[in-house]
Design a protein around this ligand. Structure first.
Ligand code: TYD
Length: 141
């Protein structure tokens, strides 16, 4: 995976135990690979490979998350307000930390993509910034 230039993010590599024909076991532990206590897990699936299909398009004020692609692939676009970067997510053993105040978008879903997200808090719509201009203003404050 390429080097990350964007701030408020980072690559998280999981330990995997390969068991030949019996598959692979990948492990994420809070306080070890995951830099927060997980209070919520959600997963996104049944995604269609179409150029109009897009998820994310928001930032969070304080939520911390780690996103994985546990099947198929997608492109994760990150924007800290200054630097932008696209990361191809196609390895179930590699997660990306999404810190607060980081604009993120997911596109190019392929091969029955399944995203798994570990989050530091319960769902709270007031923690979302869904407008890009508002995001730029928020991080300047
Ligand atoms: P959203 O976070 O915008 O999805 P994505 O970033 O993947 O595009 O959430 C989509 C909808 O689901 C929105 O109406 C909020 C709701 N939602 C919950 O109710 N609880 C949750 O934990 C999440 C992640 C979303």
């Amino acid at each position: 995976m390429e080097e990350i230039k964007v701030k408020k993010t980072g690559i998280i590599k999981l330990q995997s135990i390969k068991d030949g024909f019996d598959g692979v076991l990948s492990i994420a532990e809070c306080g070890r690979q995951i830099p927060f206590d997980v209070k919520r897990t959600y997963y996104i699936y049944n995604l269609i490979n179409h150029r109009d299909v897009i998820r994310g398009k928001h930032a969070h004020k304080s939520l911390k998350q780690v996103i994985f692609c546990i099947n198929g692939s997608f492109v994760l676009s990150l924007d800290d307000g200054t630097n932008k970067q696209e990361i191809v997510m196609d390895d179930p053993t590699v997660g990306v930390y999404l810190g607060p105040e980081l604009w993120h978008t997911m596109t190019n879903f392929k091969n029955n993509c399944i995203m798994l997200v570990l989050a530091s808090d319960w769902y709270n719509e007031s923690d979302y910034i869904r407008d890009y201009e508002e995001f730029l203003q928020y991080i300047k404050r």
